[in-house]
Design a protein around this ligand. Structure first.
Ligand SMILES: [Zn+2]
Length: 436
C-alpha cells in the first residue's frame, strides 16, 4: 500500500523491502524452532533485510516492542534498586474526527516537552527526585478521529507520595501547555499511577509499538480505544474499496515513522547508572541469523517471487505445520509454494498487461475523438465561409477548394478539410436547412 504512487524504480519506505534477500545473498535460510512449554513452533528466515520499523512493519514491530519493554523494565528495576518509585502515566488532548494526525502529534509532543522545561520544572525535578522521563507515543483511531497520546514513565528517587505528586504536577503543567497552544486537555483524559511491577510498566509504556504483543501479555485487547494502525492496515488490505482505511494508513505512515520511543537519554542513564541507548528508529539491518534450527534454503530469486506474491507467510506456516521436516519434505513444501507463487506472478503480470493494453486503447480512442472534433471544427469553419451550398452551380468545386485554403490559412492549428469532407457535412446538415 505504501508503494502506490511511486515510480517502478523509486524506493518506497524501508518497510517495503523488509524480508528481501540481503545484498550478495544467493540463498536465504529457513529455520524452524520447535515448540516449547510457552511458545508454539515457529518458522523464520535468515539472510534477509529487516527494516526495523516499529511503526510500519508487522514483522519488526514486535521485536522492536520487546526491546523497548526490556529497556523500560531495566529503568524500573534500577529505580526500585535505588529505593525509588516508578511513576507511569498518559497525556493526551481532546480531538475530533476532522483533526489531522500531524497536528495532534505536534500539539501533544510540544506541550509535553514544554511541561518538562524551565525553572518550575527544575524545582519539580528536585522535589520529586525525578531522574528523567521515558516517552512512548501511541496512536489509535476511533469515532472521534485520531487519538494521539503519550505513555510516559518517570523514575523518581523519592517515596510514593512525593513521586505521585510529581506525576500530578507534570500533568497539570502539560494541560496548561496545551491550553496555551489553543488546545484542550481534560483531566480525565490524563492518567498517572505507581507501577506495580517492572513487567507491568514495560508493557504499559512500550505497548504502543505492538498491540499484538500487548494483547498476548495481558490476554485482552481494549475495544473502546478504537482501531490500532495494524487494524486499519488490515482492513485496507482486505478490502480495496475501503478507501477510508487506506487513507488513514497512508496518513499514519506519513506522520509516525522516525518518532522515537522509550529512549533512555544520557541524563537518565547517568542518574540511574545505566547505559544510554542508540536511537531505535535509526533504520534497518541485515538479519544474518546463524545455523540455529536450519531446515533448508531457498534461492534468492525464488524467495523474491514468494515474497512479492504474498506467499511468504503461507510458506512459513507450512514449515511450522509439518509433522516433521527433512530434506524431501522441505523440498516438496518449497516446490508447492514456489509453483503457486509463479502462477500468481503470472496472473499479476497478465493483469498488468491487460491494464496496459486497455489504457493504450483508451488513449488511442481519446486521440481519435480529439482529432475528429478538430476536423469537425475546421469543416464547420469552412461551411460558415461558404454560405448556402444548396443552390449548386458550376463554381461549387472552386468555392469548396477556396474554402479549404481559407480555413487552412486562418486556422493553421486545425487539420485541413478536403472538399469531400465539406460536402458530406453539408449534406448531413441539409435536412435541417430544408426544414427551416
Ligand atoms: Zn520489517
Amino acid at each position: 500500500m505504501l508503494r502506490v504512487g511511486l515510480a517502478a524504480d523509486e524506493r518506497g519506505p524501508s518497510v517495503c523491502g523488509c524480508g528481501r534477500p540481503g545484498h550478495a545473498i544467493e540463498e536465504i535460510g529457513v529455520h524452524r524452532r520447535p515448540a516449547s512449554a510457552d511458545r508454539p513452533t515457529r518458522a523464520f528466515v535468515s539472510g534477509v533485510y529487516r527494516c526495523g520499523s516499529g511503526w510500519l512493519c508487522p514483522t519488526c514491530a514486535p521485536a522492536v516492542a520487546t526491546l523497548r519493554q526490556a529497556r523500560v523494565q531495566r529503568v524500573v528495576e534500577a529505580t526500585t534498586d535505588r529505593g525509588g518509585t516508578f511513576v507511569m502515566g498518559l497525556v493526551t488532548v481532546s480531538h475530533g474526527p476532522t483533526d489531522r494526525l500531524t497536528d495532534l502529534k505536534k500539539l501533544v509532543t510540544e506541550s509535553f516537552a514544554a511541561a518538562r522545561r524551565g525553572a518550575p520544572w527544575d524545582r519539580l525535578r528536585k522535589r520529586g527526585g525525578i531522574a528523567g522521563v521515558l516517552v512512548a507515543p501511541e496512536v489509535t483511531h476511533g469515532e472521534s478521529g485520531w487519538h494521539f497520546h503519550v505513555h510516559f514513565g518517570m523514575p523518581c528517587l523519592a517515596d510514593t507520595v512525593a513521586a505521585r505528586a510529581a506525576g500530578e504536577a507534570l500533568i497539570a503543567r502539560f494541560m496548561r501547555a496545551v491550553e496555551k497552544r489553543g488546545g484542550k486537555a481534560l483531566r480525565k483524559g490524563q492518567g498517572v499511577e505507581i507501577a506495580a511491577s517492572p513487567e507491568a510498566a514495560g508493557e504499559y509504556i512500550a505497548k504502543g509499538t505492538s498491540w499484538e504483543l500487548a494483547a498476548g501479555a495481558s490476554g485482552h485487547k481494549s475495544r473502546t480505544a478504537g482501531r490500532t494502525p495494524w487494524d486499519i492496515a488490515e482492513a485496507a488490505i482486505a478490502n480495496p474499496d475501503d478507501r477510508g482505511s487506506y487513507g488513514l494508513w497512508r496518513e499514519f505512515a506519513a506522520v509516525m515513522p522516525g518518532t522515537r520511543s522509550c529512549v533512555v537519554t544520557p541524563g537518565l542513564a547517568a542518574a540511574l547508572g545505566l547505559e544510554a541507548d542508540e536511537d531505535d528508529e535509526a533504520g534497518g539491518k541485515f538479519d544474518l541469523t546463524d545455523d540455529v534450527a536450519l531446515v533448508g534454503t531457498v534461492p534468492a530469486p525464488t524467495w523474491k517471487v514468494i515474497l512479492r506474491t504474498g506467499l511468504a507467510g503461507t510458506f512459513l506456516g507450512r514449515i511450522e505445520e509439518a509433522e516433521a521436516i527433512d530434506a524431501p519434505v522441505f523440498a516438496s513444501l518449497l516446490a508447492t509454494t514456489s509453483a503457486e507463487a509463479e502462477e500468481r506472478a503470472q496472473r499479476i503480470a497478465d493483469l498488468a498487461e491487460a491494464r496496459r493494453v486497455k489504457a493504450e486503447r483508451a488513449r488511442d480512442a481519446a486521440a481519435a475523438r480529439e482529432a475528429r472534433a478538430r476536423l469537425d471544427l475546421a469543416i464547420s469553419r469552412a461551411l460558415d465561409r461558404l454560405g448556402d451550398l444548396t443552390r449548386g452551380g458550376a463554381d461549387t468545386r472552386d468555392r469548396l477548394a477556396r474554402a479549404c485554403d481559407d480555413v487552412a490559412a486562418a486556422c493553421p492549428d486545425l487539420p485541413r478539410p478536403t472538399p469531400a469532407d465539406i460536402l458530406s457535412a453539408a449534406q448531413a446538415r441539409r435536412p435541417a436547412h430544408l426544414a427551416a
